[in-house]
Design a protein. Structure first.
Length: 373
């Protein structure tokens, strides 16, 4: 069994499917339970001769559960030898090129599944663009030295952080709405259900609503890194006490705070149901350890050595990845990381958050994310 038929058996018959990039740079769909794998570039590319291999090295990829498609950047398989952005829709029998000559380093599907935001190098610096996955139309929204963003819940706009500016850019071509020209040292903005935008400015995380007034909601410390939960009610941020480097959770309605970890934390991720927070504690020997808070008692798991590519691409920008790439399974029962095994090879590592059983490992994964629904 091969091609699309194998894809459907693997994807729709799998209880726990992963999207992963292996050591050779190939993009695969892998079933944690059966071990079955499907290689995306095994399918032909629309409007290209079948004699030409799909080929190429995958830089990064993303799964859209709303759109039921996968997009990835292939860096060496285009006819001219350059990079291109490819897409596989599960309703189609072929891959297609969504955007030629685009070497995107981060991909972010819209909540509705219709659009894909992507960042790449342009002649004037980093470019944030949005592609329509149905028509292939591409629009560059912003350029700058550093670019981070977040989709509005209704997919009509993006909140964009470029250098020290924060703005809301509508997709309909309307005028951008400036929120500040003096943003603090943070990465990605976030949206709340009422349409407000969260960002760092003036030593605090602030919320800016439709009235254009930025109101402080929580003090921040250090790099000003924070992550809002899916309900937009709680923030995980660096402890405002300069003597600590841990994570504290602040309730935006009550103002109450809770210390999650009093040691260094590399990254954190809210569960899909917004009830639990998984933090990666950084140990003295350089290993990481999952800490899951939000239950009756915090749970800590076995330390592990993280994969270098996973650290560089995901953990350094975890705020951006947390909303587009799933570290939690859709049912909130498992966590995913990329860890180095005893032989020095990277593998996807799946841990049950209730602490039951040893971690499961899928060998040969440099990057991995959940692709479940």
């Amino acid at each position: 069994m091969a091609g699309l038929q194998a894809w459907r058996v693997c994807k729709h018959g799998a209880v726990r499917p992963l999207l992963l990039i292996d050591a050779a740079g190939e993009l695969l769909l892998a079933d944690v339970d059966s071990g079955a794998r499907y290689r995306f570039d095994a399918a032909p590319i629309l409007d290209r001769p079948r004699s030409r291999p799909g080929g190429g090295t995958t830089r990064t990829a993303v799964w859209s559960s709303a759109g039921n498609w996968t997009a990835w950047t292939s860096t060496s398989g285009a006819p001219d030898g350059g990079a291109e952005l490819r897409l596989h829709d599960e309703g189609e029998q072929e891959n297609r090129v969504l955007a030629p000559a685009v070497d995107a380093t981060h991909l972010s599907p819209s909540p509705c599944g219709r659009f894909l935001a992507h960042r790449s190098e342009g002649p004037l610096g980093l470019e944030l663009a949005v592609s329509d996955v149905r028509t292939g139309d591409l629009r560059v929204l912003e350029r700058g030295g550093s670019v981070f963003w977040a989709w509005a819940p209704d997919s009509t706009a993006l909140a964009v952080h470029v250098d020290r500016r924060v703005m809301v850019i509508p997709l309909d071509g309307g005028e951008a709405w400036s929120l500040t020209e003096e943003a603090g040292p943070f990465l990605s903005p976030a949206w709340t259900p009422d349409g407000s935008v969260l960002f760092a400015s003036g030593g605090a995380v602030v919320r800016c609503g439709v009235d254009g007034v930025a109101r402080p909601v929580a003090a921040h410390h250090g790099a000003g890194r924070f992550l809002a939960d899916p309900d937009g009610r709680r923030l995980a941020l660096l402890d405002p006490d300069a003597g600590r480097r841990g994570r504290v959770v602040v309730d935006l309605l009550t103002g109450e705070s809770e210390l999650v970890s009093d040691g260094p934390v590399a990254a954190c991720f809210w569960s899909p149901q917004a009830r639990r927070l998984a933090a990666l504690e950084l140990l003295d020997d350089g290993r990481l350890r999952w800490l899951v808070a939000g239950g009756a008692t915090p749970l800590r798991f076995e330390p592990f050595v993280p994969g270098a590519r996973w650290v560089a691409e995901v953990l350094t920008c975890f705020e951006q990845y947390a909303v587009s790439h799933a570290v939690w399974s859709a049912d909130g029962s498992r966590l995913l990381a990329v860890a180095r095994d005893a032989a020095g090879e990277d593998a996807a590592m799946v841990c049950a958050v209730d602490g039951s059983g040893p971690a499961e490992r899928i060998a040969g994964a440099r990057l991995a994310w959940w692709a479940d629904e």
